[in-house]
Ligand binder design. Structure first.
Ligand code: GTP
Ligand code: ZN
Length: 211
C-alpha cells in the first residue's frame, strides 16, 4: 500500500514538474511547429506523411532544450563564493559543450577550458564554471561570443587576478555544407587581467590544457 502511494505521489510530482516547465517555457511551441511544417513543405516534403507527422512537435521540444540558455544569465552562478585563500591557478578543462551557429542554425560543438586565479578569497564552485559555459552555449551563438562572455562574466563576478578561456570547436556549417572541411577546428581564446601581461601564466594554462 505504501509502495503504491509512493509511485502515485512520484508520478504526480513528475507531471506537476512537466506542466510547470511547459508554463514557464519561453519557447512558443505552436509557432515552431507551424514553422517546421512550412519548412518541410518548402523543401518539397509532405509534413502529413507518417514519418514526419510528429516531427514539428519533436523539433519544438528540441529547441526548448537546446536554447535554454536564452533565458539564463551566467552571472547567477557566481552568487555563492567560498572564502578560500587560494590565489593560485584554477583550471577546469575539457568541458564539453554543444551550441548552435547563429548564421546557419546548425550545431557547433567541442570543449571549453576555463582558468582563473582567485583574488581576496573569492573562489567559486568548480561546477559553476561549467554551468556558465552551458548557459552561454545554449543559444544561437558565435564561438567568439561564448569565449568572451564566459571570461567577462567571471571577471565581473569574481574579480579575480585574471581569467583565461579557450574554446575549441568543430562547426557543422563548415563540415556538412559550404566549404566542407570536416575535422577542421576553430580555437578561440579570451584573456583577461594578469594573463594579458604575464606570458608565463598564459603559457602555464596552455600547457596544462594540452597535457
Ligand atoms: N566568426 C565566426 N564565424 C562563424 C561562426 N560560425 C559560423 N561562422 C561563419 O559565418 C559565416 C557566414 O558567412 P556568409 O557569407 O554570410 O554565409 P554563407 O554564404 O552561408 O557562408 P559559407 O559558410 O562560406 O558558405 C561563414 O563564414 C561561417 O563559417 C562563429 O562562431 N564565428
Ligand atoms: Zn554557421
Amino acid at each position: 500500500m505504501l509502495r503504491w502511494d509512493y509511485i502515485f505521489t512520484r508520478e504526480h510530482y513528475i507531471r506537476f514538474r512537466a506542466n510547470r516547465r511547459k508554463k514557464m517555457s519561453a519557447v512558443n511551441h505552436a509557432q515552431i511547429e507551424e514553422a517546421v511544417r512550412m519548412i518541410l513543405e518548402a523543401v518539397g516534403e509532405d509534413p502529413s506523411r507518417e514519418g514526419l507527422m510528429d516531427t514539428p512537435k519533436r523539433v519544438a521540444r528540441m529547441y526548448e532544450e537546446i536554447f535554454t540558455g536564452i533565458n539564463q544569465d551566467p552571472a547567477e552562478y557566481f552568487e555563492t563564493i567560498f572564502g578560500e585563500e587560494h590565489e593560485e591557478l584554477v583550471l577546469v578543462k575539457d568541458i564539453p559543450f554543444y551550441s548552435v551557429c547563429e548564421h546557419h542554425l546548425v550545431p557547433f560543438f567541442g570543449h571549453a577550458h576555463v582558468a582563473y586565479i582567485p583574488r581576496n578569497g573569492r573562489v567559486t564552485g568548480l561546477s559553476k564554471l561549467a554551468r556558465a559555459v552551458e548557459a552561454v552555449a545554449k543559444r544561437p551563438q558565435l564561438q567568439e561570443r561564448i569565449t568572451s562572455t564566459v571570461a567577462d562574466t567571471i571577471m565581473n563576478k569574481l574579480e579575480p587576478h585574471g581569467v583565461m578561456v579557450v574554446v575549441e570547436a568543430e562547426h557543422m556549417c563548415m563540415t556538412m555544407r559550404g566549404i566542407k572541411k570536416p575535422g577542421s577546428k576553430t580555437v578561440t581564446s579570451a584573456v583577461r587581467g594578469i594573463f594579458r601581461e604575464d606570458d608565463r601564466s598564459r603559457a602555464e594554462v596552455l600547457s596544462l590544457i594540452k597535457n
